[in-house]
Design a protein around this ligand. Structure first.
Ligand code: MF3
Ligand code: CO
Ligand code: CO
Length: 278
């Protein structure tokens, strides 16, 4: 049975397995953290070019985050030492920023989570490096559609499984694989909280969505099979069949009549192509 709890100041930081129902203060905090997260990704659009290293991009993320009075929640998170995740081509998620240069034709996901005034804004987008093959562009496009189709299901009275079902149906229609090992999550004062938001599910199953719930939706979609494996660094997840993988992530809050997306780009740069030149 699902348990819910209206959030009070003294319990909002505890992970007790219940689904938290936040009030106006939570929405205010998430709006600010989510906006900063989106602005950081906006800033990266012009910097993700052939020849740049992911470590350089990580530095930009860290400086922008700190300048805004926030902290990158990934720094020191379970031993992760960086300000964002950079997942290139067949890397599914949790790629570690490094001195490796991006090259023409790469696709890369950048995932940022500033912690601002106690609230987490968690979002990621795909970036295309130079000229990207049509197959990769199509994967990126459909993955963004998967995110937005999932978000369209997020309203009071719907079930959590409705989100995953919509995403899975859209991805599998293109014969893409939906990653099962990683999922979206509740968040707020905590980075990762209940519930688990799976991206492949049966409609009509799972907890009922209620106003005040905060969660991420962050489908990882593979051009090939859904299976992943973890590299020896303990973080980097890659597709088993080495096929390309894409992901987009928003943080949302359930409202009285639907949901609010906290991490929408103020500049409308939610999906590529980001520039007039692209
Ligand atoms: N931002 C990721 C998510 O969407 C989590 C990254 S944790 C890290 O949940 F340690 F890998 F950075
Ligand atoms: Co997340
Ligand atoms: Co994230």
């Amino acid at each position: 049975m699902t348990e819910y709890q209206h959030v009070t100041e003294d319990m909002s930081v505890y992970r007790d397995g219940t689904i938290k129902l936040h009030g106006p203060e939570g929405y205010e905090g998430m709006r600010k953290a989510g906006r900063l997260a989106a602005e950081i990704l906006d800033e990266l659009t012009e910097r993700v070019v052939p020849g740049v290293t992911t470590a350089e991009l990580d530095r930009v993320v860290r400086e922008m985050t700190l300048d805004a009075g926030a902290v990158p929640a990934t720094m020191g998170y379970r031993g992760f030492a960086h300000s964002c995740c950079t997942s290139i081509n067949h890397v599914v998620c949790h790629g570690i920023p490094a001195d490796k240069r991006l090259k023409d034709g790469d696709i890369v996901n950048i995932d940022v989570t500033p912690l601002l005034d106690g609230w987490h804004g968690d979002t990621s987008r795909m970036f295309m490096v130079g000229d990207v093959p049509l197959k990769a562009k199509k994967l990126v496009e459909v993955t963004y559609e998967c995110l937005m189709i999932g978000i369209a299901e997020a309203r009071p009275g719907a079930r959590l499984g409705d989100i995953g079902a919509a995403i899975q149906q859209h991805a599998e229609r293109q014969r893409y694989g939906v990653v099962r090992e990683f999922c979206g999550h509740g968040l707020g004062r905590l980075f990762h909280d209940a519930p688990e938001v799976v991206h492949a599910a049966r409609a009509g199953t799972g907890p009922v969505l209620k106003p005040g719930m905060f969660m991420t939706i962050e489908p990882m979609i593979n051009l090939g099979r859904p299976h992943v494996k973890l590299l020896n660094d303990g973080w980097t997840a890659v597709t088993r069949d080495k096929s390309l993988s894409a992901q987009f992530e928003h943080s949302i809050g359930i409202t009285e009549d639907g949901c609010e997306i906290f991490t929408k780009s103020p500049k409308g740069l939610d999906k590529p192509p980001y520039g007039a030149a692209a």
